[in-house]
Design a protein around this ligand. Structure first.
Ligand code: FMN
Length: 187
């Protein structure tokens, strides 16, 4: 069992990205992982905008991230990149906050023309935070995510299948991380 932090970075109160992130968190919980979700928009805005990493709520999330084995980073595509809200938190993380973690990037967007925002915008910033193991992620079209009345989402099959595939890959990578750690401890 792994400890996973799921970050979602939309400013929207009715965010499809956040609903999708919760959906993926539930899927990972059913696989036996311990999962916590954090919406960056719920963190103190003043602290995010003034770069105050010592704010207790921000510091607590940074600490939870440090303790996690895996991190899912979910963002909407805004202006051909990840959201500014997500960046306000990423900017407060220690330089190598994602070292030794398995990282799964997921983005949602309105146009397939911006599918590469995942690899050209989000992936490099995750690398710069020390992530050596970023598994393949997925871009989900917003119209493929239908929020339900009970707070879950229905996914169009053409998005569900590849998305669940990358989530399974994330789980496999986490298992490999545990196996490596056990080997190191035993040696
Ligand atoms: C300010 C803004 C900028 C956007 N820019 C893009 C864009 O450049 N490319 C794209 O594919 N979609 C763009 N979209 C669409 C969103 O990425 C898409 O609807 C996403 O699923 C919204 O996620 P959310 O509900 O979690 O905020 C934009 C939406 C907004 C509100």
């Amino acid at each position: 069992m792994s400890s996973i932090l799921v970050l979602s970075g939309s400013p929207s109160a009715t965010s499809r990205t956040a609903a999708l992130a919760e959906h993926l968190a539930d899927r990972l919980r059913r696989e036996g992982h311990r999962v916590r979700t954090v919406r960056v928009r719920d963190l103190p805005a003043q602290a995010l905008l003034t770069g105050d990493a010592r704010n207790p709520e921000i510091a607590e999330v940074i600490d939870a991230l440090a303790k996690a084995d895996g991190v899912v980073v979910a963002s909407p595509v805004y202006k051909a990149a990840y959201s500014g809200v997500l960046k306000t938190l990423l900017d407060l993380l220690p330089q190598f906050a994602l070292a030794d973690k398995v990282v799964l990037p997921v983005v949602t967007g309105g146009s397939p023309a911006h599918v590469l925002a995942l690899d050209y915008a989000l992936r490099p910033v995750l690398s710069s935070l020390g992530a050596h193991h970023i598994v393949p992620g997925w871009f989900v079209l917003d119209r493929h995510i239908e929020p339900t009345e009970v707070g879950d989402v229905l996914l169009a099959p053409e998005s569900a299948e590849p998305l669940y595939g990358v989530v399974d890959g994330f789980s496999v990578a986490l298992a490999a991380l545990h196996a490596r750690r056990s080997l190191v401890e035993a040696s």
